[in-house]
Design a protein around this ligand. Structure first.
Ligand code: TRP
Length: 336
């Protein structure tokens, strides 16, 4: 059977939070159990260098993200789970396809345009102030990640769809000019995966500093849930679940019957304090076991390192022959 290859990367700049879990990690792990799919999940640590220059943070984030996926039950025998920077073939492919990528295409990338716009709005003389070649060429590296494994489907957030289109464009040019056979990848946006709100009611995101990290200790979890913004309705007054962050988070984890029961509690006017305590009890129960596994894993970085190196060997077994074919196609060939 020809499996559909699904590939996605996680930038190693932070600590995984509930929003990451619901929006990306959980669907990815579930999908990895399907027999018609070959999954490639990787830690995008080269991409992390674009966003931050704190070596300790990137290093720690790599450890935490790897431990998170493993603690949540990712089966590394079923998937290819690796660290981007362990695959030198990606860096080489990045260069080769960069030479087939129009600069004008990169000028149109949202991330770059947003940075230019920010400079403009700040009244900067130089529109490119503070913008690195890493940021500018970010979509090329992402295309290399994807084309390296001939991925068919790439699950991403909406903000990344343009990059997948660019990867298609680059693959098309390569195929047209060099007669390579890159698969043209497609973006997959999780239409029914929830986007969680954070403590302040805006989308849960590291950049808003409103996240609930997935594996915080119990006490801290309770503290954070108590911080979630609600309105000033008193106990006894009916409350609207649809506009409530507590309800939204609950719904992302609970089954349909429990959600219906929770909705009734809102109609009955249960107080915010009680709803918060209940959300804590529920989430804490849900996270307890993986949290224990996570903490055990964090104490054994050598095991995680080994796991990643095994994943890298598996990934390189595919990447190396593909790169060899590409080198040959573009004329980087032995002389005799
Ligand atoms: N840029 C992606 C993000 O910030 C992460 C990423 C890197 C990625 N390489 C990728 C996602 C390849 C999908 C495919 O979310």
């Amino acid at each position: 059977m020809n499996k559909t290859k699904v590939l996605t990367g996680i930038t190693t700049t932070g600590t995984p939070h509930l929003g990451n879990y619901v929006g990306a990690i959980k669907p990815a792990i579930e999908q990895s159990w399907r027999d018609d799919i070959a999954s490639y999940y990787f830690l995008a640590d080269y991409h992390a260098l674009i966003k931050g220059r704190d070596p300790k943070r990137i290093h720690q984030s790599t450890l935490e993200i790897a431990a998170t996926w493993l603690a949540l039950g990712l089966d590394i025998d079923r998937v290819t789970f690796y660290r981007q920077s362990d695959i030198p073939e990606i860096a080489e492919l990045n260069w080769i396809i960069g030479c087939m990528t129009a600069k004008g295409l990169m000028n149109r990338a949202h991330a770059y345009k947003a940075a230019v716009q920010a400079n403009d709005e700040a009244g900067e003389q130089d529109p490119d102030k503070g913008i690195t070649m890493g940021l500018f060429c970010y979509p090329v590296l992402m295309a290399a990640d994807i084309l390296m494994f001939n991925a068919h489907k790439v699950p991403v957030g909406r903000d990344q769809v343009q990059h997948i289109e660019m990867a298609r464009d680059i693959a098309g040019r390569m195929n047209h000019h060099y007669k390579t056979q890159f698969v043209l990848p497609e973006a997959v946006i999780g239409e029914n995966t929830a986007v969680l709100n954070g403590l302040d009611g805006r989308k849960m995101s590291k950049s808003y500093e409103n996240t609930i990290p997935l594996f915080v200790p119990e006490k801290k979890l309770l503290k954070l849930i108590r911080k979630i913004k609600t309105n000033s309705l008193e106990p006894g007054e009916p409350k609207d679940p649809e506009t409530c962050t507590l309800f939204q988070i609950y719904s992302a984890f609970a089954d349909a019957d429990s959600i219906a029961a929770k909705r009734q509690q809102y109609a009955d006017g249960v107080g915010w304090g009680e709803l918060k305590n209940e959300l804590f009890e529920f989430l804490n129960g849900y996270l307890q076991q993986p949290r224990e596994r996570y903490n055990t894993l964090l104490e054994d970085p050598a095991f995680i390192e080994q796991t990643l190196l095994k994943g890298a060997a598996k990934a390189r077994a595919e990447a190396a022959p593909l790169l060899a074919a590409v080198r040959h196609a573009v004329g980087l060939r032995p002389l005799a």
